[in-house]
Design a protein around this ligand. Structure first.
Ligand code: 26W
Length: 803
C-alpha cells in the first residue's frame, strides 16, 4: 500500500524533501525542518491514496458524507498519520538514524488548534473514524490563520497570545486554487423575467474568493483517505487599482485587508453567541463555498441535482453551519432553476443536525437586520421558510405560545436551532441524557410533532490516538492480555481485560505503567512550567474549558476545605494529593478568568506552605491543548466530571480519562450517565443532584445562603475566599456570586462532593482495590470509541455503508 517499505527508504524520502523544500542536507537541518520534511514524505504516500480513494468513489457513485464544522481541533498530525499508515516505528527509527531525537522532532510540531474544546475535538476524532471505517467523507471548515489563543499565566492571570501554527502546519496542507469558489456579501437584488423564467441577480455585492487548503486524513489499517477541506479567504483583486490610480493608497488596500480578516482567527468562545458581524461572515463564507463546491461536483458526476439527496448527506455540527439550508435552496433555485418545492424536498432530505449544548446563551440567534444587509437573498429564503413553518405549526397546535417558541424568525431575530429542527431529516443529541433533554425540554413541541426526527448518538473518542498512541505502556499490556491488536479495530475487545480483574500481577503492572506515566508528566511539567510534581501523590485532574457550569470552582472549594483541615491539624496523616487544572477561559469571560486567578492564588499559598509538604499540592497547567492532554491523560488517576447535572451535553474528556484508567468523580450528567451504566456505583465516585432534582430544587426557590448559614465547613471556605491568600488578592466577588445567585448550585452539592472526594482518598489507600477499579474502567471503555459513534451515524442517520 505504501511506497516506503524500509527505514532506509524513509530516510531517503526525508532527505529528499529536505533538499527540495529547504535546500539543505540533513547535517544542516533543525528539528522543525526535519518535521516538515517527514510530513512531506508521509503526504506523498497519502496523496496517492487520496487519488485512488477519489477514483473509487467516482466509479462507485457512492453516497458521501459532508461534515461541516466551524471547528476541527486536530492537534499534531505527524505521529498520528505515521501510526495510521503503519509507519510509526519506521519513522521514529529513520529520524533517530538521521541523528535526531525523535521526541524532539515530534514536539516541534505545533498543534493545529482550529477549535475551542469538545465540539472541535469531536469533529477531529470523527474524521479519523470516518477514514478508518472507509466512509467516503469530507470535513469542511475555515483555514484560520490563528487558532485558539496561546495561554500564558502572568502573575496568576491568563494572558492571551496569538497562536501562529501555519508556518509549520502548512506542511499538511495542499492548496487547490483551481477549485476556488466565489462567495458574495451584501449587494442589492434585482429580478427580471427572461424566457418566462424569473431570474434573481445580486448586484454590487462584495466578492470573496474561497481557496481550498486540503488536509489528507489517513485512516488506520486502510488505504482509504478522506480530506479535511479548509477554506482560505482571498480578495479577488490584490487592491483596487482605480483607487490606487487616484492616489488613495490606503483605501486601495483596505478592501483587500477586510476580506482577508474572514479567515484570520478562530472565535475563542464556546459558550457565548455574540451576534458579531465577522462571525456571521465566517459562517456564510465557509458554508457558501462548501455548498457551491459540493453541488458543482455532484452535477459534474450526475448531470442533475434531482438525486442530490441520494448521493450526499450534510451533517451540521451544532448550529454554526445552519446557513447551508438557505444556501442550498438558493443554489437550487437561483443557479440551477428548480422551483421552491423541488429545492425544498432535496434540501430537507440532505441535511442533519447535531446539537451540542442546551445552555441558552450558546444558542445562536442572529439579528434579522444583520442577515438582511449582509445576505439579502439568504434572508428572503429564511423568511419564506420561517413563514411556511409558522403556518404549519399554527395549523398543528393552534397555540400562539407554542408558535412563538418554535418560530424561526421572531422579535427581529433569526433562531438557528429552530431553523435546523424545522428543516433537517435528523436531529440528534450527543449522550442519552442530553438527547432526552432535547426531546423533553429544549425541542419538546417540535418533538411531539415529529418524534421520528429525534435521535441520540452518544459521543466517542478516537481510541487509537487517546489510548494506543499516547499510552504505549498500557497499549502493550492490552495487546499482551487480549491476544493481539484486535482492539484497535474492535474497541469492545477491551472487555477481555476483565478476566484479569483479580490478577494481582497484572494489577501491579497496571500501577507501574501509571506511575511511569506520572513521572513522564512530572518531567514535562517541570520543563514547561518549572513546577515540581510529586509522582507519589494522587493525580486528581480537571482539564476542560473554564466555564461556571463545569464547576471548577466547586473543586477549588473542596481543596480549600482540605487545606483548612491540614491547618487545623498539621500532623494529620493523609494520602498525598495533587490537584491539577488545565483550562482556557474565553478572553471576554471575566468570571472564568477570575477563577483561573483564584486557582493560581490557591496554588501559590498551598505549595509554599510547609505544612502541606507531602500532603497537598495544586498546579495550574498553562495552555491546556490537545498535545498537553496527550501527556496528561495517561498520567491521571482521578477525573473530575462535576458539572451541574443537565448542563454538560456529553463530555469527551471523561471518556479519555476512563480509557486511560483514571477513576471518575462525577455527577450524573452527559455521558457520565452511560459510564455509570457500564461501571456501576462501585467503579466510580458519583455524587450530587440528578438533572430532575436540579429542576425541582430550582423551582422550589433555591437559596444558597441557607447552606452558608448551616454548614460550618462551607462557611469557613467561603470566608477564606473573601480574605484571599498570601498574594493579597480578595475573591469576595466570587464569594458574593455564590451567595447571591449560585446559578450552578455549587453550594447545594458541596457536601456530597466532599464526601465523594473522601471516598476517593480512602479507596486510593487500598491499591489492590483501586487498581482493580482502574482496570475495569479501561475494560469497559470500548463503547466510548468514536468508531462506535460514527458507525451509528452511518447506520441510522447517513445511511452509508462502512467497514
Ligand atoms: C456561538 C458560540 C458557541 C461556540 C461553540 C456556542 C457553543 C459552542 C459549542 C456547541 C460548545 C461545545 O463545544 N459543546 C460541547 O460539545 C461536546 C461535543 O459534543 C460535548 O461533549 C460537550 O459536553 C459540549 O459542551
Amino acid at each position: 500500500m505504501t511506497s516506503i517499505k524500509t527505514v532506509q527508504e524513509m530516510k531517503d524520502a526525508i532527505c529528499d524533501k529536505l533538499k527540495l523544500r529547504f535546500g539543505c542536507g540533513v547535517e544542516d537541518a533543525d528539528e522543525s525542518q526535519m518535521l516538515y520534511a517527514s510530513a512531506l514524505a508521509l503526504r506523498e504516500i497519502m496523496a496517492d491514496m487520496e487519488i485512488s480513494s477519489k477514483r473509487e468513489l467516482r466509479d462507485k457513485k457512492a453516497r458521501q458524507v459532508h461534515y461541516l464544522s466551524m471547528e476541527f481541533l486536530i492537534g499534531r498530525s505527524l505521529m498520528k498519520n505515521a501510526y495510521n499508515l503503519g509507519l510509526g516505528d519506521m519513522l521514529t527509527q529513520a529520524i533517530e538514524e538521521l541523528g535526531f531525537k525523535s521526541g524532539d522532532v515530534f514536539e516541534a510540531e505545533p498543534d493545529a488548534a482550529l477549535g475551542n474544546g469538545g465540539l472541535g475535538r469531536l469533529a477531529a476524532c470523527y474524521l479519523d473514524s470516518m477514514s478508518t471505517l472507509e466512509i467516503p467523507a469530507t470535513g469542511y471548515s475555515i483555514c484560520y490563520e490563528l487558532g485558539i489563543f496561546k495561554q500564558k499565566i502572568v502573575n496568576g492571570e491568563q494572558v492571551e497570545l496569538p497562536d501562529i501554527w501555519k508556518d509549520i502546519g502548512a506542511a499538511w496542507l495542499v492548496t487547490k486554487p483551481q477549485e476556488t469558489e466565489t462567495v458574495y456579501f451584501g449587494g442589492t437584488l434585482r429580478r427580471f423575467v427572461d424566457n418566462g423564467q424569473l431570474h434573481i441577480v445580486n448586484e454590487g455585492a462584495t466578492e470573496v474568493l474561497a481557496v481550498p487548503c486540503d488536509m489528507e486524513i489517513a485512516g488506520y489499517n486502510t488505504d482509504h483517505v478522506n480530506v479535511l477541506r479548509l477554506w482560505d479567504a482571498k480578495s479577488p483583486a490584490m487592491m483596487d487599482m482605480a483607487l490606487f490610480a487616484k492616489g488613495e493608497y490606503l483605501r486601495a488596500v483596505e478592501q483587500h485587508a477586510m476580506v482577508e480578516t474572514i479567515a484570520k482567527v478562530l472565535y475563542p468562545d464556546d459558550t457565548h453567541e455574540e451576534g458579531k458581524l465577522l462571525r456571521l461572515k465566517q459562517q456564510y463564507f465557509f458554508v457558501s463555498a462548501t455548498m457551491q463546491s459540493i453541488v458543482r461536483k455532484h452535477i459534474e458526476q450526475c448531470g442533475t441535482v434531482m438525486n442530490f439527496h441520494e448521493k450526499n448527506v450534510i451533517q451540521i455540527n451544532d448550529t454554526h453551519p445552519t446557513l447551508v439550508i438557505p444556501e442550498l435552496m438558493r443554489i437550487f433555485m437561483d443557479d440551477v432553476g428548480l422551483s421552491w418545492n423541488e429545492a425544498w424536498e432535496i434540501t430537507r432530505q440532505s441535511v442533519a443536525y447535531t446539537n451540542h449544548t442546551v445552555l441558552s446563551e450558546a444558542l445562536e440567534r442572529w439579528p434579522q437586520s444583520l442577515i438582511q444587509t449582509l445576505l439579502p437573498r439568504i434572508w428572503e429564503i429564511i423568511d419564506e421558510i420561517a413563514r411556511r413553518w409558522q403556518r404549519h405549526v399554527d395549523e398543528y397546535y393552534h397555540d400562539t405560545a407554542k408558535t412563538a417558541e418554535m418560530a424561526i424568525v421572531w422579535d427581529g431575530q433569526v433562531r438557528m436551532a429552530n431553523l435546523c429542527v424545522a428543516t433537517c431529516t435528523a436531529v440528534n443529541g450527543v449522550s442519552a441524557l442530553h438527547s432526552e433533554i432535547l426531546r423533553k425540554d429544549l425541542f419538546k413541541y417540535a418533538c411531539a410533532m415529529m418524534p421520528e426526527k429525534f435521535r441520540n448518538v452518544t459521543n466517542g473518542i478516537d481510541h487509537r490516538r487517546w489510548l494506543s498512541e499516547i499510552n504505549p505502556g498500557l497499549d502493550s499490556l492490552i495487546k499482551e492480555l487480549t491476544g493481539g491488536d484486535a482492539y484497535l479495530m474492535r474497541p469492545l475487545e477491551l472487555k477481555k481485560l476483565e478476566a484479569y480483574a483479580d490478577d494481582t500481577a497484572v494489577l501491579e503492572r497496571l500501577a507501574k505503567i501509571k506511575h511511569d506515566n506520572k513521572e513522564n508528566l512530572a518531567r514535562h511539567v517541570k520543563r514547561a512550567s518549572n513546577i515540581v510534581l510529586n509522582p507519589d501523590a494522587i493525580f486528581d485532574v480537571q482539564a476542560k474549558r473554564l466555564h461556571e457550569y463545569k464547576r471548577q470552582l466547586l473543586n477549588v472549594l473542596h481543596i480549600i476545605s482540605l487545606y483548612q483541615r491540614i491547618q487545623d491539624d498539621p500532623g494529620i496523616r493523609m494520602q498525598p494529593h495533587t490537584f491539577l487544572f488545565g483550562a482556557k477561559a474565553a478572553p471576554g469571560y471575566f468570571v472564568a478568568k477570575r477563577i483561573i486567578h483564584l486557582i493560581n492564588s490557591l496554588a501559590d499559598q498551598v505549595n509554599n506552605d510547609p505544612i502541606c509538604k507531602d500532603k497537598l499540592q495544586v498546579a495550574f497547567l498553562e495552555n491546556y491543548r490537545v498535545s498537553l492532554a496527550e501527556v496528561l491523560m495517561p498520567a491521571s488517576e482521578v477525573s473530575q466530571q462535576i458539572s451541574l447535572a443537565g448542563k454538560e451535553a456529553s463530555g469527551t474528556g471523561n471518556m479519555k480519562f476512563m480509557m486511560n484508567g483514571a477513576l471518575t468523580v462525577g455527577t450524573l450528567d452527559g455521558a457520565n450517565v452511560e459510564m455509570h451504566e457500564v461501571l456501576g456505583d462501585e467503579n466510580m465516585f458519583l455524587f450530587g443532584m440528578h438533572a430532575d432534582e436540579v429542576v425541582r430544587v430550582r423551582q422550589q426557590g433555591y437559596m444558597p445562603q441557607i447552606h452558608y448559614a448551616q454548614n460550618y465547613n462551607l462557611r469557613r471556605v467561603i470566608d477564606q475566599l473573601k480574605r484571599g491568600f498570601r498574594d493579597g488578592v480578595s475573591y469576595d466577588d466570587l464569594a458574593q456570586r455564590l451567595l447571591m445567585n449560585d446559578e450552578y448550585m455549587l453550594l447545594q452539592d458541596f457536601d456530597a462532593y466532599c464526601q465523594a472526594e473522601r471516598r476517593v482518598a480512602e479507596t486510593y489507600a487500598n491499591p489492590g482495590k483501586w487498581n482493580r477499579m482502574s482496570l475495569l474502567n479501561i475494560a469497559r471503555s470500548g463503547i466510548f470509541a468514536a468508531d462506535r459513534s460514527v458507525a451509528e451515524y452511518a447506520d441510522n442517520i447517513w445511511h452509508v455503508p462502512h467497514r
